[in-house]
Every structure is written in C-alpha cells, then in structure tokens.
Design a protein around this ligand. Structure first.
Ligand code: ACO
Length: 431
C-alpha cells in the first residue's frame, strides 16, 4: 500500500479530522480510518462490509463492474484455458507461476500427503450415515488438529507450510470419504499414479470390486471447477478464516470455520440450492412463475445462482462454467438434459428482465457448476464439499499471508449498541 496525495476530511462537532487515503496497485483507494475513534470518538458503521476493506492482500483481484477476476494478476479465463488446478494452487500460495521443476516438486509433495491418518477412519464412523457431507467435513477438518500435532505452531513458517500442503492434499480425500460414508460404500484410498482431479473422482466413484477408469475429459472438467473456485478475495468464508486465524487459532481450526461459513445458501451452499431450484422448476414453461416469485418482495424465494455482492456484470467464472457444462454434457451424450435447458432459458429470460437488469443481477459461478457435477454423477449434497475442497488453497493462502504480515492484529469489530442502558437488577420475587 502506498500513501496517495488525497486526504479525506471529516468534520464532527466543528472538529476537523484528516484521514489518509491509500493506493493499492489497482482498484478503489481506501480511506484509512484507524485513528478516527481515538480522535473523533466515533466508529464507522458498515454491517455486511459493503464499503470496508478489512485487510491488505496481494492474492486475488476482482473488478466487479468489468466482470474481471485475476489470481496474482493472471486472468481467470487464461488460467482456465491453459493452466491446471495444482499450478494455480502454487501460484496462489507462492505468488508466481512455477517453473516445470517447481511444479513437479509441488505436485509430488501434494500427492504424497493425500492419505489421512488411519485413525481418522474411525472418527468418520462416529457420524450418522445420513449426515450431510458438509457436516462431516466441518467436524473432520477441525479434528485434523488432533491428528497432525507437528503443523500447529503458527509462528513456525515451516509448520505453516506443512499445514498448507496437508490441507490441499487431504481435503479431496476427506470430501470423498464423507461421500462414501454417506452412501455406505467402503473408503477408497488415494492413488499416487493419478493427477489431483482424477484421484478425487477415483476416490468418489471407484469400488474395490472392479476397475474404475477416470474419463480424462471429466477429470479436466473437474480440474477446471476446482480452479474456478480456488480463491475469491475477501468473501464471507475467507474473511471467516482470517478472523478465526487473527486470534492465533491453528490452521485446521481456521479452515473448519471457513467450511462452516461456506455452507450457507447465500455463499457456497448456493450450488446445491441452484440445482434443486432448477429441478423444482422442471420445465421451461414454468420459468415465468419462478421469475415472478423472485421479484415478489413478499416472497422469500430468490433465483439461486444469480446475483453477487461484487460482480455487477457477468461473473467471469460463470462464462467458463457454461462452456464446460456444454462440453461435459456433450461428452456424456446428454446435451438435451432438461435441467440444462431450463438453466439456459432461465438465464436468457432473467438477463432481459427489467428487475434483474436494473439490479445488475447476473448468473454467478454456482449457476452452471451443479449441472456439470450432477452429470458427473455427484448428488447435490456433494456440490458444496467440492467447492470447499477447491477453495481450501485460497483460504490457506490468505491465512498464510495474514500470519506473515507484521501489522496483523486480532480482528475485533465494534458495534452500534441499541440495547438497554444501565439498569439495576431486580430480585426474582419482585419481577
Ligand atoms: N434473486 C432475486 N432478487 C435478488 C437476488 C436473486 N438471486 N439477488 C439479489 N436480489 C435483489 C435483492 O432482493 C435486493 O433487492 P432490493 O434492492 O429491492 O432490496 C437487491 O437485489 C440487492 O440484493 P442484496 O441481497 O442486497 O445483495 P447482496 O450483495 O447482499 O447479496 C447475494 C448478494 C447474497 C449473492 C444475493 O445476490 C443472493 O442471495 N443470491 C442468490 C444466492 C447465490 O447465488 N449465492 C451465491 C453467491 S456466489 C458465491 O458465493 C460463490
């Protein structure tokens, strides 16, 4: 961050306070309000953080008006076309694209950490079989801190690094185990001969009694889904990870907190909710009824997979996802899938509707991802766990960035208190 020549001036009860304005490398400047309380005896009020930058970060940049997403400066479309998820993981974690030797070393390290402690298998067995895989993941990822004691010291850069590799490597294994457990099939161990995405598909769909060969085109689509979800600057779950980490909590606990936040339907849970909505709509002729409901202020129904806090234009990830949906369904010979037809028609109608146009509501990443995942054979309950395992690298990169920042402080928002003022206790018999 660098100081700009601009200053923001605020006048309170005749007292003038000058607030410095800082530049980033791109994007809006920020007014630095850190001395406002000390000098002005007021807080700022911004529930939902619509105008508040909570940290400095050099990882991901979004221009919501232009519909642009950059990981370490590289446009998501170029990465989706030319890169791989593990290369993107390296980029997010270390800041630069790897050389071939660096990538091979990184892939080797991740691959060799994909197995989980054998005792964890028993931990899984404590859950009810009908648990949502996200419920299992929140518990199991939090419990990793009980299994990997040698990567809990957040002040040791080496331990932070080991924790990062462990989580990137093991989250697909844990998600696949949560799935297998929920359908009553045996866990499938990771296979080091497979790439990251193929390994995940194999752990989900293989059974011990027969050979399962992963289709390369499906592995490529899976890899792309992972890459498109890898990071998204200071979204709700990432901010949750940072806030949990700001107290010095261990990295596994912080990622478990992020997974819990991601689960909500306004965030990562939207992919499951979106596919369920498309199924409920069922046929193209029922779309107007749902559009009407989405616009009705007295109806809590929202068009899932539409709208975004930051994007006021097309979510660039949704564009890539739409292409992938066409490719995958074409490959599987189900391009006439009714859900895809409903999705495309719903998108077309909403993009022409005055309500959605005026509010700048466009399809987001979740609008098409569920269609691809369903075509691959995943139940809707696995959509958000797949988002979680893909976002793990973003969470851990942001957590590492925060811990390494010497200016880092515990996150502690203030409030506008509207409760009762001081009053005296009344004995129970006198109430
Ligand atoms: N359907 C209908 N109306 C909508 C929708 C929608 N999907 N999204 C927003 N609106 C309307 C709101 O009712 C509001 O209208 P108003 O100004 O008349 O009150 C206006 O658009 C602004 O919406 P807010 O909720 O204030 O916007 P916010 O930035 O807080 O919410 C959010 C963004 C949560 C993503 C919202 O658009 C939404 O609920 N979308 C559906 C869920 C979804 O797809 N979430 C995934 C987000 S992407 C991700 O997490 C990976």
């Amino acid at each position: 961050m660098s100081a700009s020549k601009r200053t923001a001036t605020i006048t309170l009860d005749g007292k003038t306070i000058d607030l410095p304005v800082h530049h980033g490398t791109t994007g809006p400047d920020v007014v630095d309000i850190r001395k406002l309380y000390a000098e002005g005896d007021v807080f700022t009020f911004d529930p939902g953080f619509t105008s508040t930058a909570a940290c400095e970060s050099g990882i991901t940049y979004i221009d919501g008006d232009a519909g642009e997403l950059l990981y370490r400066g590289y446009p998501i479309e170029q990465l989706a076309e030319q890169s791989s998820h593990l290369e993107v993981c390296y980029l997010l974690l270390y800041g630069e694209l790897p050389t071939p030797a660096q990538l091979a070393d990184f892939e080797g390290r991740v691959t060799r950490h994909t197995m989980v402690h054998e005792q964890m298998h028993y931990f899984f067995r404590g859950f009810r079989r009908d648990s949502h895989p996200m419920a299992t993941m929140v518990g199991v990822v939090g419990a990793m801190s009980a299994f990997y004691h040698d990567s809990l010291d957040i002040n040791d850069p080496w331990q932070r690094e080991v924790a990062a590799i462990r989580m990137i490597a093991k989250l697909p294994t844990i998600a696949a185990m949560a799935y297998k457990y929920s359908i009553g099939q045996p866990f499938v161990y990771p296979k080091n001969s497979l790439d990251y995405a193929s390994n995940f598909l194999h752990m989900c769909f293989a059974v011990p009694c027969e050979e399962y060969v992963v289709k390369p085109a499906l592995a490529k689509a899976m890899d792309r889904i992972m890459m498109l979800h890898a990071d998204h600057e200071q979204n709700a779950s990432t901010s949750t990870v940072r806030l949990a980490g700001s107290s010095g909590a261990n990295p596994f606990a912080c990622i478990a907190a992020g997974i819990a936040c991601l689960w909500g339907p306004a965030h990562g849970g939207a992919n499951q909710a979106c596919l369920e909505m498309l199924r409920e709509i069922g046929t193209v002729d029922r779309i107007p009824e749902f559009i009407r409901r989405a616009k009705d202020k007295n109806d809590s129904f929202r068009l899932m997979g539409f709208g975004h806090r930051v994007y006021k234009n097309f979510d660039p990830r949704a564009k890539v996802m739409k292409e992938s949906a066409d490719e995958v369904l074409g490959l599987l010979g189900i391009e006439n899938n009714e859900t895809l037809k409903v999705a495309k028609e719903l998108e077309r109608i909403a993009l022409e509707d005055e309500y959605f146009v005026s509010k700048k509501l466009y399809p987001n990443v979740d609008f098409y991802s569920g269609i691809i995942l369903e075509a691959m054979g995943f139940p809707t309950s696995m959509f958000t766990p797949i988002f979680a395992l893909s976002r793990t690298v973003g969470w851990i990169s942001q957590w590492k960035e925060m811990i390494a920042d010497p200016a880092q402080k515990i996150g502690r928002p203030r409030q506008l208190y509207v409760g009762p003022t001081r009053r005296d206790y009344i004995a129970i018999g006198a109430r």
